[in-house]
Design a protein. Structure first.
Length: 139
């Protein structure tokens, strides 16, 4: 869904009919997150990572589902793994929450499916993208 703003001010800063419009300080951050997530989605569609697909659930750009194929010549070969991705409102300044919904035994994935990697926690950088995370860690 789109967000539309109406400005109540007339030229030279006068208030229109005495009304004030206040915009939450988080609005700009949320708009920035939406723009970044949309760019990542377009980049994924243009150049998808090998053995992986991802995109929004319904029309919620902040909630994605990914499908990862198990890498050949690995214990996960032939496996299809479902992953959920939740982007925070202040993305990309905070990392997304990424969790496996398919049960998988892996040293970096805990029993509830959360991925325990430093790049998804304290080592997160706004320069990273979901695509880069999957490529760098070879999921």
């Amino acid at each position: 869904s789109s967000v539309f703003l109406a400005f109540a001010r007339k030229p030279r800063g006068k208030l229109h009919k005495g009304r004030r419009i206040s915009i939450s300080p988080s609005f700009g951050v949320l708009a920035m997150a939406s723009k970044r997530i949309l760019k990542e989605l377009k980049d994924l569609q243009k150049d998808p990572p090998t053995s992986c697909s991802a995109g929004p659930v319904a029309e919620d750009m902040f909630h994605w589902q990914a499908t990862i194929m198990g890498p050949p010549d690995s214990p996960y070969a032939g496996g299809v793994f479902l992953v959920t991705i939740h982007f925070p409102p202040d993305y990309p300044f905070k990392p997304p929450k990424v969790a496996f919904r398919t049960k998988v035994f892996h040293p970096n994935i805990n029993s509830n499916g959360s991925i325990c990697l430093d790049i998804l926690k304290e080592q997160w950088s706004p320069a990273l993208t979901i695509s880069k995370v999957f490529v760098l860690k070879g999921f």
